[in-house]
Design a protein around this ligand. Sequence first.
Ligand SMILES: [Zn+2]
Length: 66
Amino acid sequence: MSHPKPSLPEIAKVYCPMCTHTVDARIQPAPQPSGVQRPIVTPGQKCPHCSASLDAGYIFRINRAA
Ligand SMILES: [Zn+2]
């Protein structure tokens, strides 16, 4: 069974402010009242380096696969 989800999570490079590493993390679109879609880090992920929460991480680069 394989049917695509409507909002597939994307992987992005996220900067961890705790250990200053850039790690792969899932992001998700977050519609703003202004109408501009600004991706946010999907909550609940931890940095593989320092185990800090990436909720406040800074999205460095989004890998878009077509
Ligand atoms: Zn870290």
